[in-house]
Design a protein around this ligand. Structure first.
Ligand SMILES: [Zn+2]
Length: 317
């Protein structure tokens, strides 16, 4: 059985959330999506949930623009062709673009792909320029305790308003074989399905209790179903970025675009909020800066298959 792995303080929120979501799913809840909020659970504090089991505390997260730019780390992943990889990533963002809402109009969200970047770090630089990066962790998945996780999206936002400043997606290719084939016999962990889910987090959507939704918290190995938005996912993006919202398009990352990440030593005073190794969560709030990063451990599994010493060969734990 696949379920979300426990992953530290922030993860306890999701573990509880998913457990409740399963109950709702059995009850056949029709509108199942939830929005991420500024509330972050800790070891001593849980975030209240409403009758739909959605976060009921904190401000709802949102991008203050109708279009967001992202870039893929230039290294890609060692197992996949870089051009194919980039194409697949583009499709995952496109899935959330030009979505037709229930009223027949188009949701106010689109994406711009930038050229691949050298930056290979999930971070937000408060004092400087930024990039929303998609990267692969081929060698080491630093988020201890959530190494069964397939991918992680870290969202940095204004703690008072919920305005999103930055989002980065990391794929755990150190522990999982991701594939980009359409051949059902060869699909293992489908990159397109995984990243379509992560892009949902990227734009402020939390997990859905609808088992068919892209934003459902679990992924079944070999499945490509989560490549395609379901009506529940459509409702989510339409709720956050409604048609005709009048929000302008601004693809510039906050502080300007930077294809390279500053060295952590240089950034010591610059509020780097990527989670520290060993913490197992990304919920770091920078003192006095009203910023927080929400670690959204996604699509996890407790049946993490470990990469065997000879690459490409697999064994069960
Ligand atoms: Zn997720």
């Amino acid at each position: 059985m696949w379920r979300t792995a426990k992953h530290g303080k922030q993860g306890s929120t999701f573990a509880a959330f998913v457990a409740g979501a399963a109950i709702l799913a059995v009850a056949g809840d029709a509108s199942a999506f939830c929005r991420s909020t500024t509330c972050r659970a800790t070891s001593t504090k849980e975030c209240k949930t409403d009758q739909d089991n959605c976060p009921a505390e904190g401000e709802k997260l949102f991008w203050p623009t109708s279009c967001i730019s992202y870039a893929v780390n230039e290294l890609g992943t060692q197992d996949l062709d870089p051009v194919d990889t980039r194409d697949i990533i583009k499709k995952t963002f496109q899935a959330w673009t030009d979505v037709t809402c229930p009223d027949g109009k188009t949701a106010s969200m689109a994406f711009q792909e930038r050229d691949p970047v050298a930056c290979k770090r999930s971070e937000y630089n408060k004092e400087g320029r930024n990039v929303n990066v998609v990267l692969f962790q081929d060698d080491d998945w630093k988020y201890r305790g959530i190494d069964g996780t397939l991918a992680k999206t870290s969202v940095t936002y204004n703690d008072q308003t919920g305005e999103i400043y930055d989002a980065d997606i990391e794929v755990n290719t150190a522990n999982n074989t991701v594939t980009i084939t359409d051949d059902p016999r060869k699909v293992q962990y489908d990159l397109q399905a995984i990243l379509t889910h992560e892009v949902g987090h990227f734009i402020g959507i939390a997990h859905s209790s609808d088992p068919s939704a892209v934003m459902f918290a679990s992924y079944s190995p070999g499945s490509v179903a989560q490549r395609t938005l379901t009506p529940d996912d459509v409702k989510a993006v339409c709720a956050i970025y409604p048609p005709g919202s009048g929000v302008v398009c601004n693809v510039e990352p906050r502080g300007g675009f930077d294809p390279e990440c500053p060295d952590p030593a240089d950034a010591a005073a610059a509020c780097t909020v990527a989670s520290a190794p060993g913490e197992g969560n990304g919920a770091t709030k920078s003192a006095g800066a009203s910023l927080a990063v929400l670690g959204l451990g996604a699509l996890a599994t407790t049946l993490a298959r470990r990469r065997a010493s000879n690459r490409g060969s697999w064994r069960r734990p």
